[in-house]
Ligand binder design. Sequence first.
Ligand SMILES: Cc1cc2nc3c(=O)[nH]c(=O)nc-3n(C[C@H](O)[C@H](O)[C@H](O)COP(=O)(O)OP(=O)(O)OC[C@H]3O[C@@H](n4cnc5c(N)ncnc54)[C@H](O)[C@@H]3O)c2cc1C
Length: 292
Amino acid sequence: MAEAKHFKYVILGGGVAAGYAAREFAKQGLNPGELAIISKEAVAPYERPALSKGYLFPQGAARLPGFHVCVGSGGERLLPEWYSEKGIELILSTEIVKANLASKTLTSATGATFTYDILIIATGSTVVQLSDFGVQGADSNNIFYLREIDDADRLVAAIQAKKDGKAVIVGGGYIGLELGAALQINNLDVTMVYPEPWCMPRLFTAGIAAFYEGYYANKGIKIVKGTVAVGFDSDANGDVIAVRLKDGRVLEADIVVVGVGGRPLTSLFKGQVAEDKGGIKVRLNDLIICPC
Ligand SMILES: Cc1cc2nc3c(=O)[nH]c(=O)nc-3n(C[C@H](O)[C@H](O)[C@H](O)COP(=O)(O)OP(=O)(O)OC[C@H]3O[C@@H](n4cnc5c(N)ncnc54)[C@H](O)[C@@H]3O)c2cc1C
């Protein structure tokens, strides 16, 4: 087995937090070779929120390198060259499958090992999938979740392939509302489905939600409330063709986008760190986590 690569600091995860943390490390003073970012994604840290907004515009869509961090906060855009100039190693397309906090060792899916003095856990979240609840047909083609740039690329390809088709959005939160709008401006015939009495119920009052639901309705988006998707039908190719609802209705669909929540990616650290409410328990000043 190849020798482990050692770094003083490792940021595990190459998302928004990783990019902003790298900028702060550089500001504080960093020697070349001290810091590595290890990321499952193939690209340098970028502003993830763009994926459900500018990335899906029918014209003039945002594309990398346009939205690498830290442009979201009006800061400098950190291109891959920035990391090499600062002596920060970007280790991309590398999924860590084992983390041993006692020996300060990370192991990748291909068996590469990395050791560190200090680890920053920045693995973010993953989407909750309908297949997690055993929803029948939830693995049909053209059912999308949106978390990473690869997901967005697959969705863009489907939008282009299913021009003027029917889209069903499952979920009435941020992702559901943003994707409903994005697919509508791409000329899809959009229906949104969610179980609550109004959209974004944890944030919006009934009055605020009524404003948005009215706005969406004026744009031609249909909203079905008070029920959930219980199954998906597909054709002989495995492509989704319909969403079956608990109240018995069936909605035709060429594309389905599901936005039913996320959960923190903590499984690598199970039993090694204190957990709370599904995440890793930290105190306000515990921005850097190490087992010592
Ligand atoms: C589509 C979308 C739109 C959003 N819009 C907004 C918005 O408008 N406003 C807002 O405030 N927030 C928004 N958010 C939320 C915001 O993007 C997150 O809060 C933010 O990305 C969290 O940053 P993070 O670095 O903790 O995690 P992430 O940005 O998710 O980064 C985690 C990184 O860790 C990597 N990773 C995970 N596990 C491993 C592993 N085992 N090995 C290697 N790498 C790993 C992932 O591939 C990813 O690169 C949105 C999120 C999404 C998905």
